[in-house]
Design a protein. Sequence first.
Length: 155
Amino acid sequence: MAKKFSYNWKEFTLQAAFKGTPEKLFNMWTEPKLLCKWFLTGAKVELKKGGEYVFMWVNDAKESGKVLEVKKNSLFRFTFAGCKCEVKFSKRGKECIVKLRQYDIPTGERFKVGTHMSCQLGWTFFFANLKSVIESGTDLREFNPKHLKEGTVFY
């Protein structure tokens, strides 16, 4: 008898190695000016437990929430998209391992695609973009004004 496949829609984890120190990567995730180099078009972050953040993207997309926990250079935990995210930073040789876990995702049908899959795809792209920005200085986001007017930008 075949074993039934079970998928955990309540959370997902992504992990990658980046050139740099935990301090450098922590700053890339928490300093507004650096967040805009690879992830956002605008940001405000009160880097303390209970602090507020605002993340802004193109086409007036915006996410705001609370900082849940901060351990300088090792952990940044925050609310995100009706869930929670934690980003951990650890040193491995000359690289920094960044591990993102998004959890407490609601499991209703609309959240499977609307939150779980959309966020996982988005974070995967932005992990790749962060690596590209750090290692080659190339931002992979599309900022062609023609595309922005047509609404074809998906980040």
